[in-house]
Design a protein around this ligand. Structure first.
Ligand code: HEM
Length: 408
């Protein structure tokens, strides 16, 4: 079998055949680390659903190297500190309990079902506003013209970032995606460090202002709820995390959903006919085209997975995109079935780091696709889809569709 190489462009273009081969022949695969000199003694790739789900729920695996080391790592001299990783280390996703539990509890209040319900009319209004301006153009890029402005403005409004600044936020987020995409180059890392400093400098005055003059946005609520418990750097890091996590993946969900439905007219017909199917359909889109294809855990003890021993300190890349097409769990796994039930996909992860924004993402995906397909009768494909070159985050980079002339 050919080696599993996450840098091979043909793998990135279509990872699913390689996933299928490894799921069958070598589901707990010892590979090579994505970055030479990676801070680990071994690197594993996990392909099967049951193994991925088990690791996500297992407290013998976690997000940080520290618990796997015999002694605390030596402090990094100030001149060698990387602003990007300093910021990332404060993200909920990077924390372990008990810090993780505290921060997550604070954030959870901002993402309750009630908050998401309250956002629905705003999301629908924004989608309608965008479509009204786009349809007369005839041809639109679903990613750049629709999914991005919609997802980014929704999360920016929620957090309290002015819409006029969204182009900058979009560029900073792209840099974050590049750095987090397994094996950043020196140039990408340097851009990441610059971005961390610029993003923080942009956010500090906004946070300061909301501390003095609170409104009903998330920054105001977080500063009030955090009180003295959270310093400014932590608040900055949380805002960056939410702005990034809150739109990159949702853009992929909306654009992949549009693509899958237009490619499968029978499924689109059912989607249109059955509005109550929205959540079930969105789950299926997330399963088939998972916006986050992979996440990593470090073993804090020697653990046997699928008959192989993962040793303390070794890393495991959990291939969510492969788990979600595992035939042991999903019948006919490569087929789109927007009525598939049950559908216990892992696109939002599982365990203590389960996606906090899942209800918001589901709501946005459903509203965005329904608005797109209700607005005109038959959008048509205008060009081949262009997929992003990244591996961990997978989605369309651009994809054009036509609105029929008579409805413009
Ligand atoms: C389709 C859209 C989305 C997908 C596929 C997605 C996927 C995920 C996944 C897989 C994880 C867990 C990663 C791991 O365990 O290593 C996660 C965590 C997280 N997501 Fe999402 N996400 C989406 C949308 C959102 C949105 C809209 C927000 C917020 C506005 C958000 C905020 C977060 C946060 C804060 C975490 C970390 C939770 C923790 O560490 O406890 N996500 N997401």
């Amino acid at each position: 079998m050919e080696p599993f190489d996450i840098f091979d462009p043909s793998f990135r273009a279509d990872p699913y055949p390689a996933y299928a081969r490894y799921r069958a022949a070598d589901p707990v695969h010892r590979g090579r680390p994505p970055t030479p000199g990676e801070h680990t003694t071994g690197w594993w790739y996990i392909f099967r659903y049951d193994d991925v789900a088990a690791i996500l729920k297992d407290s013998r695996f976690g997000r940080s190297f520290a618990p796997a080391l015999d002694a605390p790592p030596p402090p990094v001299p100030p001149e060698e500190r990387e602003p990007f990783w300093d910021m990332y280390a404060r993200w909920t996703l990077a924390l372990e309990p008990p810090e993780h539990t505290c921060q997550r509890a604070l954030l959870s209040r901002a993402f309750t079902a009630r908050v998401v319900e309250g956002l629905r009319p705003k999301i629908a209004a924004r989608a309608a506003e965008l479509l009204a301006s786009l349809v007369p153009r005839g041809k639109i890029d679903v990613v750049a013209d629709y999914a991005f402005p919609l997802a980014l403005s929704v999360v920016a409004d929620l957090i309290g970032i002015p819409r006029r600044d969204l182009d900058r936020v979009k560029a900073w987020s792209q840099t974050i995606a590049d750095v987090l995409d397994y094996k950043p180059t020196w140039d990408v890392m340097a851009a990441g460090n610059r971005m961390a400093l610029e993003f923080a400098a942009y956010l500090r005055p906004i946070i300061e202002e909301r501390r003095k003059y609170p409104t009903d946005d998330l920054i105001s609520r977080l500063t009030a709820a955090a009180g003295e418990k959270m310093d400014e750097e932590e608040l900055v890091a949380l805002c960056v995390m939410l702005l990034f996590a809150g739109h990159e993946t949702t853009v992929s969900l909306i654009s992949s959903g549009a693509y899958l439905l237009l490619e499968h007219p029978d499924q689109l017909k059912r989607f249109r006919a059955l509005p109550e199917l929205s959540d079930v359909a969105i789950d299926e889109i997330l399963r088939l085209h998972s916006p986050i294809q992979a996440t990593t855990r470090i073993a804090y003890a020697d653990v046997e997975i699928g008959g192989r021993l993962i040793r303390r300190g070794e890393s495991a890349t959990l291939l969510l995109g492969s788990a979600n097409r595992d035939p042991a769990v999903f019948a006919d796994p490569d087929r789109l079935d927007i009525t598939r039930r049950p559908n216990r996909h892992l696109a939002f992860g599982r365990g203590i780091h389960y996606c906090l924004g899942a209800p918001l993402a589901m709501a946005q995906g459903g509203i965005a696709l329904r608005a797109l397909f209700d607005h005109t009768e038959d959008w048509r494909l205008a060009g081949a889809p262009v997929w992003s070159e990244t591996f961990g985050f997978r989605g369309l980079k651009s994809w054009e569709i036509h609105a029929p002339a008579r409805q413009r």
